[in-house]
Structures are given as C-alpha cells and as structure tokens.
Ligand binder design. Structure first.
Ligand code: FES
Length: 598
C-alpha cells in the first residue's frame, strides 16, 4: 500500500476525490451538497453511501421504497457515513409492456454506471419486484463496489371471504374457475381489493420472494430480512441495520466479488431447490454469476436438484405464504433444514459466515418449513430436461406439476405465437384432448422479444368445463414464479433462432420423461430436415428464424436483439458478462493534504 512518508497509508476513500480537494472541482462538488442544505460537517471525510432506489409508482411492489430509504439513511448516518440517494429505473410486472424482462439488462446497466460514476464508496440497493432484485445484483457485481441489498419484503397475506389468497397464484386459479363457470364475474372482481392488502411484492414463493431469499443464501443481504412483510416495522429496522453495515463495508473494502463466490452460488441453488422456488431464478442466477465471472450451467441446477429436498410448504407448490414463513423463522429456518448441504464457510455482508448466521436459527412452525423426514419431496423442485426438442435444455418446476404427467407421450397442439394462442385457445372447434400437449412458439429471448412470462398457457375453455385442470404445456417462454401446472419452459435454442421447437406441427408426438430428464420430438430426422428446408426455401435466409419477432432498426430494442443470449446463458447481453471493479480507495492528491476530515 502506498505511504505518505510517515509510515501511514496515503490511500483515501474514492469519494474524497470529489469532496476532498480544495480546488475548483472540489468547490463545485461540495457546493452541490450544500445546495441541498447539508453543512460540510455532515459529509466531510465520511464514507458516502449511495442508495440506489427503484421506488416507482409504476411498480406497486416497490411503491414503499421511498419511505424505506429514510430508514437506510438513518443507519448510514448512525454509523458515521453520508447517504446519497438516487433513483434507478424500475421494472414492474403489471404495467410494463411487452415484458419487464426486456429491460432487466437495461436496469443492470443503469445501476452499474451510476455506481461507477457517482461519488460513492458503497451502495445500498433497494429492490423488490421480480426483475429489480436480479438487475440490482447484476449491476453491483459488474461495478464490484461494496454493496448490500435491501429487498422491500412481501405484501401481507391476501384475504377473501375468510380464505388466505396469494398473488398471483390464486388470481390464476380463480381465473380458471371463472372461465370454467364455477364462480361469477362479480365474485372474481371482488378479489381485486382483497389480494394485495399492503405494499410489497407478491407473497407466494414467486420470483420476487425467491430472489429475495436467494440474497440471503448468496450473502448479499443481512440474515433474516427476506421474509419480513413490507408493512412490518421490523423491515424498517432491518433497513436501518443494512445502512449502518454498508458504511462498515465501505471502510473495510468488502466487495460483492468477496461475497458472491462460486460456493455462494451453489448455496443459492440449493436454497432455490429447497424452497421450490421460481424457474426464473435459474435465468437470473446464471446472469448474476456471469457478471461475477462464474459460469453456471443448467447441469449445476439439475445435479444439485437430485440431492436437495423440498422443505418449504409455500404456494404455488404448497400451502402457505411469505408472511407465514416470516413467523416460522424466515429464510434462516429453511437454510438450517439443509445446513449439511450448504457451504457454511461462505462470507456474508454481515461480516459473519453463512454458517455462523444460521447456527442458532430455529423453526417455529414445522408445517411451513418441513422437517427433512417430512419433506414435500426428496428432490428439488426443479428439473432440467434435454432431448431432440430441447438440445440445449428446458426447465420444469416439478414441485408445481402433476405427478401423473411426469412421464407422458402426447399429441402436439401447436400455437405459432402468444397471439395465435390467444386467438384460438377457446375456439370450440379447436382439435384438442385432455392428454394432448400444448406447444407455443415465438416467446423466447429473441422471439418474444424479452422472453415474456407467457409459458403458463391457459387451458382450453372446453377442457376446463370438462373438469380438466392441468395439461403438459411446452414453450420457449418463461413463467411467472407464482404460476403452477405441468409446464415446460425455457426451451433452448428458442424457436426464433431455429431451435427444433420451430419445426413442431400439430399432430406430432412428443414424449416427456422427467425421471429420465428427457424431452423428445418423435419425428424422424429426414422429416425435420424437410421442414427446415421448406422454411428456408420460403424465406431464403436466416431471417426465416425470427419467427414473429420484429427486427428493430434503432434504440435499446435493437441493442437487445443484437446482443441477448439464450436462456441457458441467463439472457444477459454478451458484452455485459464479467466485471470491471471500481477502485474503493485512491491515492490522496497533494492538494487534499490537511483537508478537514470531520
Ligand atoms: Fe411485483 Fe409480483 S408483481 S413481485
């Protein structure tokens, strides 16, 4: 470490490059804070902690983060730091069209560049809704400045006519009942005020809850925080503690790359599997790991799945909701159940190892976090399938599927796109039987574009009215983590780039065998070659394989289509993989000597 000649380090926090110098630039930087009413004693010489806030009224799950940031600030000031809150773009599942996933990488770039460009020594990431948490971690991993994440917490349990409701598992369940004619439109409408009773993200083990929980097992948030309901005052104190800890992380120079190691990602995968968490987490974890310079393969998920029991009894795979998990002991209670399968030596942002964090964890409700001997399944909730229909892999959430469909051969009923599906699924003349397999194309990363959560194909109305409540459905789309059913997703390569999915025709036979991890299109190679040549002959070049996706001439969507990778690579942009660490401390400039250090 460089010295100033007195034997002491000559290194200073990077924020002092902005605020420490007694020159024109230092003058302007300090004036910028004084213009907001801060005296110099408030910030001089102190670690500056950014608060990257994804608050937005267009994202109801994150609509309380503006208030939560105030509690983070309290912690930062209490610990001797100076808070600097700034907005990031925010991505919500409900309002953003065509899909929030289209902008996950954009948000990660926003966060990376703000962290890189602002005068901060560390950052607290405020996130919540599905894509905001992975985007924040991706950006933080690439900038690699000290960081800690505070998720916004789940909404309170929904309640309708005395029944607990979970969003949006039960929104979907009752939507099917409405279409089947077993409830009325008025009854369905009356649930709108009952499903979300507070701010916060979806309260089942959907993508937001999954990613929040994985922040704990990755070590990027303080232990016990993921399940605290957004409306519980303990979320505020949790945020305050995180703010205080961020100051220490900045002083210590602890970076995300020190926390998000390969072993930590393996812990996160184990946690995902033990929780029966969202299939989307496979894509997000792969992308986050890629930013940290770690290559996750689909086989990592499948290998660990075979030896990880599913111990969490939450919807959509089970019975309870996130609020119940909090009262049962939170994520630490889940981690304690699989402690022997985790690498407890992984360091967390608290300064303790994961093993130390869960050493005293207790479970207060064995029906929510099941004992190992009473696990929902001896294997994890997810499986990776491969075969002639998905040479690079596909994913199924076994824990939310029908056991009797785990080995099945059926006739394909094909929809060329989500729009085609919408137009024809309820056609009384649709040729479909209960043991057919619904197939949808053109909903992958390129074809969507943005890999929309369109994989929860609705069942044909005429089958619903016959009492059918599940069928095998296959697509290159994603599925909301709140959804359920025997649904095969993320088929790769996707149809829009020429995967075999593009060649499936109605009437083809498809075979699925989850135990054997197989997904095959039972059409001989010669016939598939004929079909491929026919498409190429019609269109003449590779443009044939952009099934339905419009080519973009300009803007972010052009960047997206030119650079997005397939689902097994996390749908990140090829040029964003890896990181470029920001310096945490810099050489003290001559003119900073003798500066007021507070
Ligand atoms: Fe935001 Fe479900 S809509 S988490």
């Amino acid at each position: 470490m460089p010295s100033n000649g007195t034997g002491q380090s000559n290194r200073i926090l990077r924020s002092q490059e902005w605020f420490g110098a007694r020159d024109l630039e230092g003058f302007l930087h300090r004036a910028g804070l004084k213009a907001q009413g801060w005296s110099e004693d408030s910030f001089a010489g102190k670690p500056v902690i950014g608060i990257a806030n994804s608050w937005s009224e267009a994202v109801h799950c994150n609509s309380h983060l503006r208030d939560l940031a105030e509690h983070v600030k309290r912690g930062i000031i209490r610990a001797g730091g100076f808070p600097l809150e700034f907005p990031t773009i925010s991505l919500g599942e409900f309002f953003l069209s065509p899909t929030s996933m289209l902008c996950r990488n954009l948000m990660s770039m926003d966060i990376e560049e703000m962290v890189r460009g602002l005068p901060i020594d560390g950052v607290v990431l405020l996130a919540g809704c599905d894509k905001t948490t992975p985007a924040a971690l991706m950006g933080a991993a690439s900038a690699d400045l000290p960081a800690i994440i505070v998720t916004g917490g789940p909404s309170l349990r929904g309640n309708w006519r005395g029944e607990d409701l979970g969003s949006c598992t039960d929104c979907r369940r009752f939507w099917s009942e409405l279409r089947a004619g077993t409830i009325t439109q008025d009854e369905y409408d009356s649930m709108e005020e009952a499903i979300y009773r507070s701010p916060g993200h979806c309260m089942v083990m959907g993508t937001a809850s999954t990613m929040s929980a994985l922040c704990e097992s990755l070590g990027m948030t303080l232990s016990g925080g993921a399940a605290i309901p957004a409306a519980d005052s303990r979320r505020s104190t949790f945020a305050e503690r995180a703010g205080a800890r961020a100051v220490e992380l900045a002083n210590e120079g602890v970076r995300p790359s020190h926390i998000m190691t390969e072993a930590a990602f393996k812990n996160a995968i184990r946690t995902l599997l033990a929780m029966g968490g969202s299939t989307n987490a496979i894509v997000h974890l792969t992308a986050i790991a890629g930013r940290a310079g770690i290559k996750l393969d689909l086989s990592d998920f499948d290998d660990l799945s075979r030896t990880t029991p599913t111990v969490l009894n939450l919807k959509p795979s089970g019975k309870y909701l996130m609020e119940d998990l909090f009262y049962a002991g939170g994520v630490p209670a889940v981690l304690k159940r699989i402690e022997d399968l985790l690498d407890g030596s992984c360091m967390t942002v608290s300064g303790k190892t994961l093993g130390e964090e869960i050493a005293d964890a207790e479970c207060y409700n064995d029906d929510v976090v099941l004992p190992r001997e009473g696990a929902m399944s001896d294997e994890g909730g997810l499986a990776v399938l491969k075969g002639s229909l998905a040479p690079d892999g596909a994913v199924i959430k076994v824990s939310a599927a029908s056991p009797e469909l785990m080995k099945h051969r059926g006739r394909a009923v094909v929809f060329e796109s989500p729009i085609d599906l919408k137009l024809r699924i309820d056609d009384p003349d649709l040729d479909v039987e209960a043991d057919d397999i619904l197939v949808m194309k053109a909903a992958g990363p390129v074809g969507g574009p943005g890999m929309p959560e369109a994989g929860f194909l609705p069942l044909p109305r005429k089958l619903l009215q016959q009492g059918v409540r599940d069928m095998i459905r296959i697509s290159d789309a994603r599925m909301s983590g709140t959804a359920f059913g025997t649904i095969v997703l993320h088929v790769a390569p996707e149809s829009a780039v020429g995967g075999p999915l593009a060649l499936v025709e109605s009437g083809d036979m498809i075979e699925i065998d989850v135990e054997e991890r197989k997904l095959d299109l039972l059409v001989d190679a010669e016939e598939l070659r004929r079909r491929r040549d026919a498409v190429a002959g019609t269109v003449g070049d590779s443009a044939a394989w952009h099934g339905g996706a419009q080519r973009e001439e300009r803007g972010y969507r052009r960047l997206y289509l030119d650079h997005v990778m397939q689902a097994p690579d996390g749908c990140d942009f090829d040029f964003l993989v890896g990181n470029t660490p920001v310096e945490t401390h810099v050489e003290a400039p001559e003119h900073a000597a003798g500066h007021h250090t507070g």
